[in-house]
Design a protein around this ligand. Sequence first.
Ligand code: AMP
Ligand code: GLY
Length: 439
Amino acid sequence: MKILLVGHGGREHAIALALARSRVHPELAAYMSSINPGIEELSSRIYNGSMQDVGSITSIAKGERVDLVVIGPEEPLMHGVIDQLLEAGIPAFGPTRALANLEGNKALLRKIISLAVPEANPIYRECVTRGQVCDTIHAVQNVAVKPVGLTGGKGVRVSGKQLSGEAEAEEYALEILVRDGKVLIEELLDGEEYSQMVFSDGVHLMPMPLAQDAKYAYEGDQGLMTGGMGSYTQADQLLPFVSESDRQKSFEILKKVIDAAQGEFGEAYHGVLYGQFMLTRSGPKLVETNARFGDPEAINVVSLLRTDPVDVFMGAATTLPDKIEFEPMASVCKYLVPEGYPETRPEPVSVQIAESVLEEEGTRLIYAGAERQRTGVVATGSRFAAVLAVRPTVEAAEEAVERTIHRLDLKGVRHRPDVATPALLKKRVEHMQRVMQGQ
Ligand code: AMP
Ligand code: GLY
């Protein structure tokens, strides 16, 4: 069996590692826009190209006569790579262009939720005039202001964080309105965020363990938002502040969203749907959905797959197996990022990795913004690599990650030491308790 994997981040390296441990030992080809050394090592053929060049991806899949294409990032999905692959008769992991709009068009997502499961929406309005912007902000007061299209995690601003007061919210919303002709304004939700991802084959939906990532760049949730500095999952697949009943509600919400989107577009949703939820006083609300795995969350859940990963990925592209099982273990991963990230685009720095430390500690290094050069591995500017530990408890996994990072003693990169610590988890639980008590 031959599989083409598209993408070059930590998410895709974790997928490559999972596919490589399948009992069918698939041959891997990889299409990347920057050569991830971890994926390179696992692949028999490497292609270098743009994530928007879906014509090339399809030609390579045809030329290599692959049995399956796995798309990691959103960009090729938005450019219709799945539609092209399906036309060529090649099984592919990921939704069509129309269904990928669950990520690419936030106003469409809100409309679908309001039809299918309105209780999962915040109050919101897609504004197309200055009057609408001013009226909505005045009425709602505490708001989240967003461009309707993809923002790379950076276009959203919320009251109390990036926006202080009505005037600033209005100014930012009007800036987006002038640029895009529309802007989405939502009620600010109060609660704790978590991710529920599901595999879908268009008929069946299967949940993955819940994960929580740490979005802010620095300890104590300070600094700018990033793609995620690290994430954790528990052995029972829940989170310290999410009950089984809330998990089931989140799963049902995603099921209704997928059903409604499939009805709207008359197409089947294949691949993964990522639900970013906020657990609020009135239950789980959907903050956004993504048409791909979260990164770093994929590193946790894909590494925990007990069901053969090829059955899972091929299954989502065709028909899912009856059950998808995960190891009953906790996982913690923390990203190492270059000094200066994310405020600046740091210059590449060479990083010397002592592989023996990872072996001794029983931890893994998942490469992301990394390239191999003559002198060794280089951190290219964005998130460099994640350290992952799988253990019976979050506490043990967190300690193993910290010990590994300490012993690796890498120069030029830093991480968030508080991710998944008992103190941070306690803070999350206490925040949730205050929210539930309406304080
Ligand atoms: P998005 O790109 O829509 O996921 O937004 C990025 C981040 O902004 C989310 O993960 C939340 O932390 C925050 N955010 C977005 N919408 C809201 C909302 N309605 N209420 C509170 N926070 C929000
Ligand atoms: N970690 C959040 C995301 O991948 O969008």
